[in-house]
Design a protein around this ligand. Structure first.
Ligand code: BG6
Length: 486
């Protein structure tokens, strides 16, 4: 039986309260925590946006959205703890009343979740500071992307830092809240088996793939200015890479873990104009068939405008340190792929010598596959003898542990854990300022190299695994992208 940590009464304010993230992720996550008794009865959740709604109108909007994805029982009870305030970050109206509402519960932990465009972070923090809402047990949560590049990230972090201290600032990367990512920590550091092999002497290469079937759809306005490198690689995928590659932290204390991740980011080899053409591939989907339907290409979704924004990236990263020298980390992410699958695949080196006849079959390399979604779980691919009489035949089969089957529980959404970590004041799974900066320092030269090359992203059909150059990127090294069905 899972034991639950208690939660102090809190007020959680979501700026961007009518937005996609709030409605699709944050409020369902809070509702699930409510069902598990983790939202103390006098806690308040306050949605803030510019739309002129009141509490009743907001609750009705949320009800309509939440019944589609959550169990409706108890929803109304939950919604009684939800409120709404119409505010504009750039206008004074309403801020005094809002401050009075929050200050009415001086003992509550206060969480200000900025789920808005990063341009508003500075104004919003300014307002919160001006009204003294940064005092006491206050925390601010910054959604990614934090800026557009290193300079804009610094501007945002400086401005936020004038109002909230670093220990009050929670830069969220929801991939760190995913069960399998936490399990990676436990697998690596809770078992004696893997760590002795976790280095360049035994690991051949690592693949990190995040493939989505969805297109950009109604998020095109945001996405067009971001692209896959800023949207997925600079944050989620680098964070996964850090979790795979970091040295054992001395404890799970927030800075112990974050110090180790930072060292990995600092050790990434530069990709710039000199090598980007060999080490990176970017693509953009055109019309095609995805999940059985004909779907538009990215440019058509944008109303036919010509754009060089990438919806797919594959790249080969390397970490220049003793543990990882010479071990490629292949990263791949894209929209409109044939399957939704996110996984980390660690491929071990082949055995040094085979004692088996050529007729026994090939000796495949061991693989450890950590599946983030769907069907979270861990598979360890081993070579065994095919059962039965006759000659000795080798088979490559997985030791397969699906978390849902093993534990019979639905895995909680990443935001459920992370939101409560903020309330509890535990920043272990959040990015420290220097991590965000180091990630931009690595990503910036790649973006600059692409811009300088003047080349358009390679086109790929929606519903395919990206441009063929992505296959060539890994096959040049005599390797292939992992396919679980092989
Ligand atoms: C977000 C990106 O951070 O992560 C989206 O902005 C992406 O473009 C999403 O779709 C993927 O998250 P998940 O949890 O569905 O894999």
């Amino acid at each position: 039986m899972a034991s639950q940590q208690s939660v102090e009464p809190f007020d959680l304010v979501i700026f961007g309260g009518t937005g996609d993230l709030a409605v699709r992720k944050l409020l369902p996550a809070l509702f699930h925590r409510f069902l598990d008794g983790q939202i103390p009865p006098n806690s308040r959740i306050v949605g803030v946006a510019r739309e002129g709604l009141d509490d009743t109108g907001y609750r009705a909007q949320l009800r309509e959205a939440l019944v589609q994805i959550c169990d409706a029982a108890k929803l109304d009870e939950f919604l009684q703890q939800v409120f709404y305030r119409a505010l504009d970050a750039r206008k004074d109206a309403g801020w005094d009343d809002f401050a009075a509402l929050i200050k009415a519960e001086p003992e509550h932990v206060r969480v200000f979740y900025l789920s808005t465009s990063p341009e508003l972070f500075v104004d919003l923090c300014g307002r919160l500071g001006q009204h003294g809402l940064n005092l006491g047990q206050s925390r601010v949560v910054l959604e990614k992307p934090i800026g557009h590049d290193l300079a804009s990230a610094n501007r945002i972090n400086d401005a936020v830092g004038k109002v909230f201290s670093e220990s009050q600032t929670f830069r969220i990367d929801h991939y760190l809240g995913k069960e399998t990512v936490q399990n990676l920590l436990v697998l690596r550091f809770g078992n004696a088996l893997f760590e002795p092999l976790w280095n360049s002497a035994h690991i051949d290469h690592v693949q990190i793939s995040v493939a989505e079937t969805v297109g950009v759809g109604h998020r095109a306005g945001y996405y067009e200015h971001a692209g896959a490198l800023r949207d997925m690689v600079q944050n989620h995928m680098l964070q996964l890479l850090c979790m795979v590659a970091m040295e054992p932290p001395s404890s799970l204390a927030p800075d112990a873990v974050r110090d180790e991740k930072l060292k990995v980011l600092h050790s990434l080899k530069a990709i710039d104009a000199g090598n980007a053409a060999q080490l990176t591939v970017r693509g953009q989907y055109r019309a095609g068939v995805a999940e059985g339907d004909h779907v538009l290409g990215y440019q058509e979704e944008l109303g036919g405008s010509k754009t060089g924004t990438e919806t797919f990236v594959a790249l080969k990263a390397e970490i220049a340190n003793w543990r990882w020298a010479g071990v490629p980390f292949y990263l791949r992410t894209g929209k409109r792929m044939p399957d939704r699958v996110s996984e980390i695949v660690v491929t071990f080196k082949p055995v040094p010598h085979s004692i088996f006849d050529a007729g026994s079959g090939t000796l495949a390399q061991n693989r450890l596959v950590l599946r983030l979604q769907p069907d979270e779980g861990v598979k360890l691919w081993l070579t065994i003898k095919h059962p039965g009489p006759g000659g000795l035949r080798l088979r490559h089969v997985p030791l397969d542990m699906s978390f849902a089957e093993a534990f019979g529980v639905q895995q909680p959404d990443a935001y459920e854990r992370l939101l409560l970590d903020v309330v509890r004041g535990n920043p272990t799974l959040f990015m420290r300022r220097d991590e965000v900066e180091a990630a931009w320092r690595w990503a910036g030269p790649i973006l600059a190299a692409w811009a300088a090359s003047g080349e358009a992203p390679r086109s790929y059909a929606a519903g395919s695994w990206g441009p063929s150059a992505s296959v060539a990127l890994i096959e040049r090294d005599g390797r292939t992208w992992h396919d679980d069905n092989e």
